[in-house]
Design a protein around this ligand. Structure first.
Ligand code: SAH
Length: 247
């Protein structure tokens, strides 16, 4: 898979692509990553890449011209632009993108990019959430990391598909996990996890997932088929908290 990242700040990527999972995917040649310095396509002695907004408004906008110069001499593949007004990134979208042969990512800076870049060159506009960052470098890195999870052969496939938001997570958030020692600072690993009884362990984990989802992301329940037992788990949880006056 080829991934081209078009940025004004190529240095930003030096450290993150040299470690961990992204680095593995690159070394194993699952991902051919090109960090393209868009400053090269700027105009004049100062390599100017931005200009004022027509109609007025604060800040500067990246020009159409620098992207035109780049795309005149490069293939683009499936092209994304990052913007807080794009569609919010989901795990399904990450998976879909990880199956493309070639992706180009367009990153904004300053106040954003001349809209005609999106109109002419982009297949979709992606937001990573309802907050505003100063540039597209972090969103692109985030997407690169999420795609790399599917590309890294060293990674445990089982663990990839059981993570929160993956197909085996049943639409619920992941249950808590523990490792050795069994007890530390008066906190014990739940007994059932030491029992070796897989039926009980699975039931317990389902309960914990239900409670965690109820606490943190009740909106996800609209897409989950809750069983009677799941409902009971929530009622029991509420009862316990009622007693402790914790909510
Ligand atoms: N004026 C714009 C914000 C520009 S922020 C607006 O109000 O919509 C500058 C750049 O940072 C954007 O062009 C985009 O590439 C990136 N960016 C900031 N927040 C983002 C988010 N939540 N998701 C994706 N990209 C984001």
């Amino acid at each position: 898979m080829i991934i081209d990242i078009l940025t004004l700040f190529p240095k930003f990527y030096e450290s993150p692509i040299s470690i961990g999972l992204i680095n593995n995917a690159i070394n194993e040649q699952k991902i051919h990553l090109n960090i393209v310095d868009m400053r090269v396509y700027g105009e004049g002695n100062y390599k100017k890449c931005d200009d004022y907004t027509y109609g007025g408004g604060p800040g500067m906008i990246m020009t159409y011209n620098i992207f035109k110069k780049y795309f005149d001499s490069h293939d683009k593949g499936h092209t994304l632009i990052f913007s807080p007004s794009g569609k919010t990134l989901t795990q399904n979208k990450v998976k879909e993108l990880s199956n493309k042969e070639h992706i180009t990512m367009i990153l904004g800076h300053y106040e954003g990019i001349d809209y005609r870049v999106e109109k002419k060159y982009c297949d979709e506009s992606i937001s990573i959430g309802d907050y505003v960052l100063s540039g597209g470098e972090i969103p692109a890195l985030l997407l690169l990391d999420a795609i790399s999870r599917y590309k890294d052969v060293m990674n445990n496939k089982e663990s990839v598909i059981s993570d929160t938001f993956e197909e085996n997570s049943n639409g619920l958030l992941e249950y808590e996990q523990y490792t050795r020692p069994e007890e530390i600072d008066n906190m014990k690993v739940p007994e059932v996890l030491l029992s070796g009884n897989h039926k009980n362990i699975n039931e317990y984990r389902r309960q914990r997932s239900i409670i965690k989802t109820f606490q943190n992301r009740a909106d996800l329940f609209s897409k989950v088929d809750l069983t009677k037992k799941d409902m009971q788990t929530i009622f029991d949880y509420l009862k316990i908290n009622d007693k402790n006056e914790q909510y």
